[in-house]
Design a protein around this ligand. Structure first.
Ligand code: GTP
Length: 252
């Protein structure tokens, strides 16, 4: 419309023609600039959207990787915990019977002796030896012998009180450590244990296996080295064997 007015030769002499032409020129220049700015802004928005999408993608990928690493680390930690537990068990438990092993007994003896000495409290040690175990092995085989040891270990474990400690001293020998207990009190627990072992009902080759054990009890003397207390318990055990087995003797 304006272009037609400006192009019309009839308006050549019109005083308003020149200002109108200038205004129109300015208007076109502004239009061009607005168009350019809009295009730049559109391009910028596209670039920033693409960058945002790429960033979100990278962020999600890293998040997934982190989650994966956390899962692996959790699994690894729980594996280490199980392994540590298994190692601790292997170093302190007897593989056959599941009760404490000699190492655990030695460590407990050391700790309990120190405690008994420091607090001037009684400490009683019991050595247990299965009777005529060789003939159990000879008659029913080594596997049946192993089963007997497991049953005896269970009877000992069930027989001790909460604060007593028990373990396999070696072969067919077991030990019970009784802190805070004098020998005569320990003997009451031992007698119940003896009965429980003698009452084990086990059958091998369709025959009933006779099971019993002998016990040597020794109360630690003040200032006595624990190896000497063990030796006295061993001597008492020897007496119990000599006096007919399936019984206990208290060390002098
Ligand atoms: N099945 C089995 N037998 C074992 C194990 N450790 C030791 N023995 C056996 O235990 C028997 C111990 O025999 P001895 O020391 O002669 O004593 P005993 O036959 O028990 O006789 P007394 O102690 O005098 O009543 C041996 O035959 C060993 O082979 C074990 O872990 N499993």
């Amino acid at each position: 419309m304006i272009e037609t007015l400006l192009a019309d030769p009839e308006n050549e002499g019109n005083a308003l023609r020149h200002p109108l032409a200038e205004l129109y020129e300015e208007y076109r220049s502004l239009l061009y600039q607005i168009d350019r700015i809009t295009r730049i802004s559109d391009r910028y928005q596209n670039v920033s959207r693409e960058e945002k999408d790429a960033l979100a993608g990278r962020y999600n990928k890293q998040l997934r990787q982190l989650e994966k690493i956390a899962r692996i680390s959790d699994r690894y930690q729980s594996m280490m915990r199980d392994l540590n537990e298994a190692l601790k068990d292997a170093s302190t438990k007897d593989a056959l019977t599941g009760i404490g092993n000699r190492r655990m007994l030695m460590e407990s003896l050391k700790a309990e002796t120190a405690r008994a000495e420091r607090l001037e409290r009684p400490l009683t040690i019991v050595l247990i030896d299965v009777d005529r175990f060789k003939s159990v092995n000879d008659l029913y085989g080594h596997e049946a012998g192993d089963k007997v040891l497991v049953r005896i270990a269970n009877a000992i474990r069930s027989g001790v009180r909460d604060y007593d400690l028990c373990g396999r001293w070696g072969g067919e020998e077991f030990m019970v450590i009784m802190p805070e207990v004098p020998a005569d009190e320990g003997a009451v627990v031992v007698e119940r244990m003896r009965e429980a072992i003698a009452g084990i009902d086990m059958v091998a080759d369709d025959k009933s296996v006779q099971i019993s054990a002998s016990f040597g009890i020794a109360e630690r003397r003040p200032g006595e080295r624990i190896s000497d207390t063990i030796n006295r318990a061993d001597a008492a055990l020897f007496d119990a064997k000599r006096n007919g087995r399936n019984r206990y003797e208290i060390a002098a």
